[in-house]
Design a protein around this ligand. Structure first.
Ligand code: C5J
Length: 237
């Protein structure tokens, strides 16, 4: 990690400024998997238009580059199941009426199954060495994983959340994190939903009542705030 000990990053956000110590922040990139974002995956098998999520990719890449430049903690999550599906509840497998179910073979291999092409992270945001890749069987990233241990061991208190989809895995993870005492900022331009109305209401609920679950901001405001507090980022661009 770079020498950022005395910096305090102050990000304009709703319902009020989100302030963090850069030695205690982590970026969560939630489920940017081919299965959700690309044609032929799990998201499309549920009848969704996956192109609605793609707008989140470019701004997330900029935030990821900033965290990499600063050597701050980055965690990528992937929703999916063991190859033998032993960690897949029947309730999850059988829910709804999809054309294909989890574990079935689609154009990108077995849906939401570890080891398949569709389960992996999209090339634009692919993890690099040293970044945590966390496989999770549920929607929330804390359920059934060692995420909390990793964050506590790293001294992390503040989380910046990006990912898909806003009202499912991003929201579930943010709520789990909030209940564990982490301060969470969701970047509105770095998250996406198949349903514009769910995107709006999830973010609205999150920051309502004085930030009952957390804060909502933008990647531009975050990057500007980092740049102001740690000017060498701007110089290296
Ligand atoms: C969903 C997710 N939508 N990553 N998963 O099933 O949001």
């Amino acid at each position: 990690m770079k020498e950022t000990k005395n910096a305090e990053i102050r990000v304009p956000a709703e319902p009020y400024e989100f302030t963090f110590d850069p030695t205690r922040v982590a970026l969560l990139c939630i489920d940017f998997q081919r299965d959700f974002v690309e044609a032929g995956g799990f998201g499309e098998s549920l009848g969704n238009d996956v192109s609605t999520l793609r707008g989140a990719i470019a701004p997330t890449r900029k935030v990821l580059d900033c965290f990499r430049e600063q050597d701050w903690m980055v965690i990528h999550t992937r929703e999916g199941h063991r190859e033998d599906l032993s960690d897949l509840f029947p309730s999850k497998r059988d829910r709804g009426n999809p054309t294909l179910r989890i574990g079935d073979i689609g154009p990108m291999g077995r849906l939401l199954t570890r080891g398949s092409k569709g389960h992996d992270i999209i090339p634009e945001l692919y993890p690099i060495e040293g970044e945590v890749v966390l496989d999770k069987p549920g929607k929330g990233a804390f359920y059934g994983t060692d995420l909390e241990t990793i964050l506590r061991a790293g001294g992390i208190t503040h989380l910046i959340l990006t990912g898909v989809t806003t009202e499912v895995c991003v929201q579930s993870t943010a709520r789990e994190a909030n209940d564990r005492g982490f301060d969470c900022l969701i970047l509105s331009d770095c998250t996406g939903s198949y349903f514009p109305e769910f995107y709006e209401s999830a973010l609205h609920m999150f920051k309502a009542q004085g930030g009952i679950v957390g804060w909502v901001g933008t990647s531009t405001d975050l990057l500007t705030a980092v740049d102001a507090a740690i000017p060498e980022i701007g110089e290296s661009k």
